[in-house]
Design a protein around this ligand. Structure first.
Ligand code: KG4
Ligand code: ZN
Length: 350
């Protein structure tokens, strides 16, 4: 089954065709990020206007990989209905409805957060995967960490469609904290990848920033206090040197990673997870991925700390917003809905 996915929840306009939820036929992402870099963050109205400009060219580009009439080669259309910015969401939703009407195809509404998790089900390299199909198979129960610009959530996944939200951030999302801290440090938007770059030449032990809620008896997170701690540091230093920015970046990154790893591993132990699924833009962070590897596969000093769990992280371009993950989520949770019932839901949760 071939599904055309459409994703327009924020500042990326994306369209992708995915076969059987795992093989990418095309994956096109147009980002209005450079425009938001000018304002140091996303202005929703501008993001929506950019969506209008890019939606048709993006879908057309994604259809180029098909030969012949796309109406005959696509079985269904999947679209993000929330959470996200209302103006941006509406552009994708109305376009998807129009296409579904013209082509007479089923239409499947997808929760963007669940979409992020399903980026893990897409084959990175089909040849490699078929050789190691057993090794690479996601097994349930799984613990999914969705860590993006708008969300930091831990979810227990017992099977497709059987999700239980365990906890999430009480204030800023991890990506949001990185973006705001990046701004404090004078780095370009978005701060996450910039902090990762700066951190490479910094010492993560330079500053002992707080690890908020790391030992709390729940699966919640809080990152706004960390932002305040960095703000105090920056104000006290008046004019930070480049080396200081690297050290702050490395220390902040480490603080966030410590909390994310600790809470995810705790959940994996409690629910005897067979797989850990990382997802969302922050999961593109190399240091985060490697710290998870160490925890899951037991390079930790104490062998009893070893977790018998398989770790999955999508290839980097599938961590940040894309439409392939939306098509994959729709395949594994195939629930077409009448178009009249499909509306934008900016506050949608798990
Ligand atoms: O998933 P995503 O593309 O959009 C949302 O749904 O929010 O995530 C964007 C977030 C931004 O906060 C960005 O700074 C962060 O992901 N991000 C990173 C990296 N790449 C993107 N954070 C840390 N390291 C990265 N390499
Ligand atoms: Zn996202």
């Amino acid at each position: 089954m071939r599904i055309l996915g459409i994703e327009t929840s924020c500042d990326e306009t994306a369209a992708a065709i995915v076969e059987n939820g795992e093989n990418i036929i095309s994956n096109v992402v147009a980002s209005s990020l450079p425009i938001h870099a000018e304002t140091g963050g996303i202005v929703p109205e501008r993001a929506a206007r950019e969506q209008i400009k890019y939606i048709i060219p993006t879908i057309k580009e994604s259809l180029k990989s098909l030969t012949g009439d796309p109406a005959k080669q696509i079985d269904a259309i999947a679209l993000t209905v929330g959470p996200g910015l209302i103006g941006s969401l509406l552009v994708g939703i109305e376009t998807a409805k129009a296409l579904a009407y013209i082509w007479q195809k089923p239409i499947i509404p997808v929760n963007h957060l669940i979409g992020h998790i399903y980026a893990n089900f897409i084959r990175e390299d089909s040849k490699l995967k078929s050789q190691n199909s057993k090794l690479n198979k996601i097994e349930f129960p799984a613990i999914a960490l969705v860590v993006s610009g708008g969300h930091t959530d831990l979810v227990l996944m017992k099977d497709h469609g059987k999700l239980k939200w365990l906890g999430g951030t009480r204030d800023d999302a991890a990506g949001e904290a990185l973006d705001k801290i990046g701004r404090l440090l004078g780095l370009p938007y978005p701060g996450g990848p910039e902090i990762e770059k700066m951190a490479k030449s910094g010492n993560p032990k330079s500053f002992n920033f707080p690890r908020p809620m790391i030992n709390s008896d729940d699966y919640d997170f809080s990152f706004s206090g960390l932002k305040t701690a960095v703000m105090r540091h920056v104000i006290l230093r008046a004019k930070p040197e480049e080396s200081d920015i690297s050290d702050v970046s490395a220390s902040v990154q480490q603080a966030i990673i410590d909390v994310l790893v600790s809470k995810t591993v705790k959940a994996a132990r409690e629910f005897n997870a067979k797989s850990i699924l990382l997802s969302g833009g922050v999961a593109a962070n190399e240091e985060l991925r490697s710290k998870f590897k160490v925890q899951s596969f037991g390079k930790a000093q104490d062998k009893s700390e070893k977790l018998k769990v398989k770790l999955f992280a999508p290839q980097k371009n599938l961590c940040t917003d894309n439409a392939a993950m939306i098509a994959a989520a729709a395949f594994f949770n195939y629930k077409p809905a009448p178009w009249q019932k499909i509306t934008a839901n900016p506050e949608l949760h798990f």
